[in-house]
Design a protein around this ligand. Structure first.
Ligand SMILES: NC(=O)c1ccc[n+]([C@@H]2O[C@H](COP(=O)([O-])OP(=O)(O)OC[C@H]3O[C@@H](n4cnc5c(N)ncnc54)[C@H](OP(=O)(O)O)[C@@H]3O)[C@@H](O)[C@H]2O)c1
Length: 283
């Protein structure tokens, strides 16, 4: 049985789906077992369990009897401090429950030198897992393809305007859709000998924002809508974490490779395939 933190979210729901499909029992953790998203997971076959990752006592029974834990936090909906606190709580409870394998949905490049709050926080949390001696696999997707379409990310302002403005529209971006993230997590749990202890950068395709715009145009027959907004106003709405990240990415040198992702998930979708499916479904 695998306990999934953040099970109703973008990553967690994909993880639940793929674990169930591969025959795992799944305990889906949520603050609200009565929500529509929780009902969907229950209907798929997951056991729903109420937790609050801010309360370590709620995590102990949630992890009891679990072989594995998938963990993710979202600092954009809480804060960087909350992400670190909650991530450590999950680690402590997983260690107490003697969980065999933790897969951590992280981000970034895995070093502490970026100054990007929501990346450094994940390095801190991963370090805490390691000090507790847990078998840990860290997954670091660069950018989810959903950034281009999910209204929750305000794509017209963010990915089609502020991101390229700060990062440069021809810089390479490593893309992965959250469904493939879920598939990778299920494969990693299935092969702990191979992936336990690993930290994996994940990308199924590498395309600049200009290239994504062109692919969108080919698929849809028109360009995606952008909405110009001054950077200072964007920061007022969502904080400075993303703008710090995009400025950092303008000059940073690091490897973006699709090799590991395609080894684990050979059919992982390219931007073109994913946009064709997603835009088709929404039209
Ligand atoms: N956007 C990108 O391109 C990208 C790329 C790489 C990595 N990331 C990382 O992805 C992470 C966000 O993942 P996501 O998009 O899957 O997040 P998400 O969709 O916001 O899901 C997070 C889930 O956590 C649950 N949750 C929130 N607070 C909780 C608490 N106190 N106790 C228990 N559960 C709680 C919520 O479920 P309930 O409401 O049901 O409790 C929610 O469904 C971030 O850390 C980000 O850095 C993003």
């Amino acid at each position: 049985m695998v306990a999934v933190v953040g099970a109703t979210g973008r990553q967690g729901s994909a993880v639940v789906r793929h674990l169930l499909a591969e025959g795992w029992r799944v305990r889906a953790l949520t603050r609200d077992p009565t929500s529509a998203a929780s009902r969907v997971l229950r209907d798929r076959g997951a056991e729903i369990h109420r937790v609050d990752t801010d309360d370590v006592h709620s995590l102990r029974p949630a992890f009891e009897g679990a072989y594995g834990v998938f963990n993710v936090q979202n600092p954009m909906t809480s804060s960087i401090e909350a992400e670190v606190r909650q991530g450590r709580n999950v680690a402590d409870a997983a260690a107490e429950a003697a969980v065999c394998h933790v897969v951590y949905g992280a981000a970034g490049v895995g070093t502490m030198e970026t100054g990007i709050g929501s990346w450094d926080s994940k390095v801190t949390v991963a370090e805490h897992y390691r000090t507790l001696g847990l078998r840990l696999t860290v997954l670091r997707p660069m950018a989810f393809m959903e950034l281009m379409t999910d209204k929750g990310y305000y794509p017209a302002v963010s990915v089609w305007h502020v991101m390229p403005k700060l990062m440069g529209s021809s810089r390479p971006v490593g893309w992965l859709c959250t469904d493939d993230l879920g598939a990778v997590v299920a494969r990693v749990f299935a092969d702990p000998q191979r992936w336990g202890g690993a930290a994996l950068s994940l990308a199924a395709d590498v395309q600049s924002i200009d290239q994504c715009r062109a692919i969108w145009h080919e698929v849809r027959g028109r360009a995606p809508r952008g909405f110009p907004m001054p950077v200072w106003l964007f920061e007022r709405f969502v904080g400075a974490d993303l703008t710090t990240m995009w400025r950092w990415l303008r000059n940073a040198q690091f490897d973006i490779s699709t090799e590991t992702t395609l080894e684990i998930r050979p059919g992982a979708l390219t931007v073109r395939d994913w946009l064709a499916r997603t835009l088709d479904a929404s039209s």
